[in-house]
Ligand binder design. Structure first.
Ligand SMILES: Nc1ncnc2c1ncn2[C@@H]1O[C@H](COP(=O)(O)OP(=O)(O)O)[C@@H](O)[C@H]1O
Ligand SMILES: O=c1ccn([C@@H]2O[C@H](COP(=O)(O)O)[C@@H](O)[C@H]2O)c(=O)[nH]1
Length: 556
């Protein structure tokens, strides 16, 4: 998932943060975009690129299952009738969108043989006949996206008349707009649409637009465009495209169509109800239970693996929990603990027998890893401190990340960005991959919940997910997490008894800087009323005794 794609990277970075700095991790990205800039970006939306303006809220319930499928709109119409224009205007009119993608039929042109290519360059290949499109692949990619799974869709080059070898990875759209001349032709595709639109346009206007576009953007000559138009485009329009208008729920004019687009956007907005609110709060409050380190965790958490509380582990925790520990010591002991946790986590990878010959010529019957793909995924930013340990234990491990942030006032998780290794992005590899998911602590479990759901959507089996974390709050969301995903293993360093709701101020100084001095001294935490804190702050859940904000203590 990407934020505001369809513009070049530099411009995008400036839109996200005019200073060019990394987007602030503790704030929703929407707050940094000015509305007119965002609207311009939305109108330029590239096809086949997930667009999000404010992060993706939870799309699943407490049982871990999807609450709903993506809302799919199919837009058909003649070539250059304005299908893409209508799709982009809908995106723009939707305004604050969770995640949307414009999926183009063009991506699904079949791979062409050398003979086909010769015909295509001589304007003698019929690209407008339904047989030119790989309809089964089109429908299966759309079905995956609709069901919330990732899809790797083909990339087509109009200049080369050919499908390229690479594919485009798409994941996470809650609204999918499909556009293409034959978008309403195939019954299997039609069955996937929640709303069907046909763009009706005069033939002479379509021809004029097509000449201009194909000459400027697709490297064609006027002669060639006219020849192709008369031989294939117009007959196919009359025989295959225009007749599909009978399946449409709405006919939209190919020009002057702002009223129709507003009506469609209102309709879609009404259909997309927000079922995600307050999931974090529910996770935090489900069946709180006062567990202490002496309790038998197995009974409540069948797949929670806690490091043995040896004096050494307790000693490391004592340093990490101490608010006066200097940053360099904090980093050193965090790395030590994360190595220890990673060693424990690796025990859950499958091993097979391997015999080697020792330097003295004897046989040693040992073991070796029997899994092809192992990777790590950090939940940013606090998963980062666990990376060093994992890298020490598995050399050259591929790492990915998920940026999951809390929505400022509700504390609900939002998926803002995902950068996953190839062995997760490709479904056939994901099914056999083992993934170490890293986050500093599991409090409410909301971020962990979202990250696990992302991996499952990609086809990683539950039993191949090993969540590695320093601390788990016994009274928090870990129980719901284990109930929803019983086969996911959680390896942690300690179980803390308390999870409490709180309001954190934006600029609270790190604990070691906070002095108990006179009010007003820089660095002194100001005492605020609950109302003031609510107005200025963000909702957080605090694990106690905990280690404070692990990401801040490690990085800042
Ligand atoms: N309602 C409209 N008003 C003005 N120009 C339009 C409108 N719809 C489309 N166009 C222009 O016509 C051309 C073709 O439109 P496009 O949306 O790419 O067509 P299609 O996707 O149907 O092939 C583009 O240059 C686009 O800007
Ligand atoms: O290699 C190709 C593939 C397709 N075409 C023409 O493109 C249009 C469909 O695209 P729109 O954006 O909907 O106009 C179709 O009419 C094909 O004739 C092509 O020329 N070359």
């Amino acid at each position: 998932m990407q934020n505001i794609e369809g513009v070049d990277k530099k411009k995008q970075a400036q839109l996200l943060d005019p200073s060019g700095a990394r987007p602030p991790l503790s704030r929703s990205i929407t707050t940094t975009l000015n509305p007119s800039a965002r609207s311009e970006v939305l109108l330029q939306a590239k096809k086949n690129t997930i667009l999000t303006s404010h992060g993706r809220p939870p799309w699943y319930g407490e049982d871990g299952k999807h609450l709903s499928e993506a809302f799919v709109i199919g837009i058909a119409g003649g070539s250059a009738s304005g299908k893409t224009h209508v799709a982009r205007c809908i995106v723009q009119a939707l305004g604050s969108i969770p995640t949307v993608v414009i999926l183009s039929q063009d991506s699904f042109y079949k791979r062409h043989s050398p003979e086909d290519l010769k015909l295509a360059f001589a304007n003698r290949y019929d690209f407008d006949h339904p047989d030119a499109i790989d309809m089964p692949l089109f429908a299966s990619c759309l079905a995956d996206l609709k069901a919330g799974r990732q899809s790797n869709i083909p990339i087509y080059s109009f200049k080369d008349h050919q499908r390229l070898d690479e594919t485009k990875y798409l994941y996470g759209a809650s609204i999918i707009i499909v556009e293409g001349i034959l978008a309403l032709h195939d019954p299997e595709l039609r069955s996937l649409y929640d709303l069907k639109i046909f763009v009706q346009c005069d033939s002479d206007l379509m021809l004029a637009r097509r000449i201009r576009r194909d000459v400027h953007e697709r490297g064609r000559s006027v002669e060639g465009v006219l020849e192709q138009y008369l031989r294939y485009v117009k007959p196919a329009y009359d025989n295959f495209v225009q007749p599909t208008s009978r399946y449409a729920d709405i006919i939209v004019p190919g020009s002057d169509n702002t009223v129709a687009i507003d009506l469609i956007a209102t309709h879609i907005r009404r259909k997309i109800d927000d079922r995600s609110s307050y999931l974090r709060e529910r996770l935090a409050k489900i069946a709180p239970r006062d567990l202490t380190p002496g309790d038998c965790y197995d009974q409540y958490f069948p797949n929670l693996i806690v490091l043995p509380q040896t004096p050494q582990v307790r000693g490391i925790f004592t340093i990490l929990r101490d608010r006066t520990t200097p940053r360099e010591d904090f980093i050193f002991f965090t790395d030590r603990l994360s190595t220890y946790l990673s060693e424990k986590a690796v025990e859950f990878l499958p091993f097979k027998p391997r015999t080697v010959t020792t330097p003295v010529g004897a046989a040693y019957h040992g073991k070796e890893l029997s899994v092809e793909h192992v990777c790590g995924v950090s939940i940013l930013r606090s998963g980062g401190p666990l990376e060093q340990g994992l890298r020490r234990v598995i050399q050259d491990i591929r790492m990915g990340s998920l940026l999951i942030q809390s929505e400022v006032h509700t504390g609900e998780p939002l998926l803002l960005h995902s950068m996953l290794p190839v062995c997760i992005r490709q479904r056939n590899l994901a099914q056999n991959s083992y993934v170490f998911l890293l986050d500093a602590q599991i409090g409410t479990g909301a971020a962990a919940f979202m990250a696990i759901r992302v991996l499952l959507d990609h086809g990683v089996p539950q039993e191949n997910i090993i969540f590695v974390t320093f601390i788990v709050a016994a009274c928090g969301g870990v129980r719901v997490l284990q109930r929803a995903f019983p086969r996911v293993r959680i390896v942690c360093g300690a179980v803390d008894p308390v999870l409490r709701e709180s309001w954190a101020l934006w600029d609270t100084p790190p604990p070691q800087e906070a002095k108990e001095s006179e009010p007003g001294t820089p660095g002194t935490p100001t005492v605020k009323t609950k109302q003031e804190a609510e107005a200025e702050g963000r909702k957080v859940w605090v694990v106690e005794p905990g280690m404070g904000h692990i990401g801040d203590r490690y990085y800042l």
